[in-house]
Design a protein around this ligand. Structure first.
Ligand SMILES: Cc1cc2nc3c(=O)[nH]c(=O)nc-3n(C[C@H](O)[C@H](O)[C@H](O)COP(=O)(O)O)c2cc1C
Length: 347
């Protein structure tokens, strides 16, 4: 078997995602998106060592734990990787300082608009910042504020999602903005990735496909649920009351999802009786997800926990090392390029 780099269409693929690979400093512009409780040092280092770009999930960590995760990742790989932070974390500035002290190259800022303090602190240390753009307008605002690159994540993705599909976001945003743009949500194959590269993406971010990597710490029952599931099983959570704009979460159907509805009802009752403020009510709902995801990922409670998964879950068929997942998708992309080159006008 020839190596990927010797394939006749390697140069074409390299050119297609060169903006992404040079921005990230990796061989392949395939990002392993941060997944809370799943994306730890082992998974992230494996993705990066395989030529992709792993992103540590820092959203649910406190500064000491994040510091430890970064240190362990750096011990396992010399290749670049990123850290995902949630901007409304109450210790966001300390988490940013940890990234600065550990000389992290790329920080992904999710959960809203980052404050000028956060942006200035990272910029001053030449740390590249990646934001999340649900529209052209927000993308432009983020770039103006100093963000260097964007992830466009569509509603097919696993976890907290926006209302617009990946394909629509890609058509609207890719031609409109100049910075490196990485497409995410519902991508499970090399062919899918290739189509977004052709549309102008600098690379693609995948989450669900890496949950069942051999190096992923997800509980065997969590992985088994993914392997059994079809695309249609990864559905959105339901919001009960417009006064609590709950960000929709895409996850596999189970009792945990029903519990979320019951929990929303209880929180609403407490709010209506004046026992909870709006902020407290909102916080309770958000904490519910973080706890439920932890129980499913780490303890294997796949009945009551949260099985966050993208629609690409239907393309997860087995447990494989990161290197096999990444190389398999690149082979598919190279085959796609080759097949396309053979399509000429019919004589
Ligand atoms: C279990 C799970 C947890 C996730 N947690 C986070 C997170 O903490 N922060 C974040 O920015 N995105 C999170 N995501 C989204 C991923 O980073 C990625 O963008 C998404 O999975 C891409 O879509 P896909 O699942 O169809 O591949 C999560 C996704 C999953 C499946």
């Amino acid at each position: 078997m020839i190596s990927l780099e010797q394939h006749p269409f390697w140069e074409t693929l390299s050119a297609l995602w060169s903006k992404g690979t040079s921005f990230l400093g990796c061989r392949y512009a395939i990002l392993g998106g941060a997944m809370t409780w799943v994306s730890d040092h082992r998974l992230v280092a494996s993705i990066s060592s395989s030529g992709g770009f792993g992103v540590l999930a820092g959203g649910a960590l406190f500064p000491e734990a994040l510091d430890e995760e970064i240190r362990k990742t750096q011990e396992l790989t010399l290749m670049p990787f990123g850290v995902n932070l949630i901007v409304f974390h109450h210790q966001i500035q300390d988490l940013v300082n940890v990234c600065i002290e550990r000389k992290v190259g790329h920080v992904f800022l999710g959960g809203g608009f980052p404050s000028p303090n956060v942006i200035e602190a990272l910029k001053a240390k030449n740390i590249r910042m990646i934001g999340f753009a649900p529209s052209v307008a927000v993308g432009k605002r983020l770039i103006k504020a100093g963000i260097d690159a964007l992830v466009l994540e569509g509603s097919e993705a696993g976890g907290h999602v926006g209302p617009v599909s990946t394909y629509v976001l890609a058509q609207e945003i890719l031609p409109a903005l100049e910075v490196p743009l990485f497409v995410a949500g519902g991508i499970g194959s090399g062919r899918g990735m290739l189509s977004y590269l052709w549309m102008g993406a600098s690379g693609c971010q995948l989450g669900t496909r890496f949950v069942c990597a051999t190096e992923s710490r997800a509980h065997p029952k969590f992985k088994e649920a993914f392997i059994k599931a079809n695309a249609r099983d990864a559905t959105l959570s339901v919001q009960l009351d417009p006064r609590f704009p709950v960000i929709p979460v895409r996850a596999l159907e189970n009792r945990g999802k029903q519990n979320f509805l019951n929990m929303q009802r209880e929180v609403l009752d407490a709010y209506n009786q004046g026992m909870l403020s709006q902020k407290e009510a909102q916080m309770k709902l958000e904490l519910f997800w973080a706890g439920a995801l932890r129980r499913a990922v780490l303890e294997g409670d796949i009945e009551e926990g949260s099985l966050m998964a993208g629609q690409s879950v239907g393309m997860v068929k087995s447990i494989e090392p990161c290197e096999v997942i990444i190389h398999g998708m690149i082979e598919e992309m190279l085959q796609g390029l080759e097949a396309q080159s053979q399509m000429g006008p019919k004589r």
